[in-house]
Design a protein. Structure first.
Length: 90
């Protein structure tokens, strides 16, 4: 789908946001080829976002649940949510 969009929607205003953990995408992963092709298209960009630290995750969870969140839960959530990729059309 990403490859199709990059080739066929050049004159269309489009915002596509996708996420993945870069440590899970090696050269053999299908997404790897699509990302390589997107990098060659000048109208696409990539933004690497850093994750929250453990204390920030704990505060966010406390804000959502309106309860005190154990540090062990914050650490578990932190381990599972590291990198977000945002692809955008310039």
């Amino acid at each position: 789908m990403l490859t199709y969009l990059s080739r066929n929607l050049t004159n269309t205003r489009l915002l596509l946001i996708g996420t993945y953990r870069d440590i899970e995408v090696d050269r053999n992963h299908p997404l790897s080829a699509a990302l390589a092709e997107l990098r060659r298209v000048s109208s696409f960009g990539r933004v690497l976002l850093r994750g929250l630290n453990i204390d920030e995750v704990r505060r966010m969870l406390a804000g959502i649940t309106r309860e005190e969140v154990p540090m062990a839960l914050a650490e578990a959530v932190h381990r599972q949510t590291e990198v977000i990729l945002c692809l955008y059309r310039k």
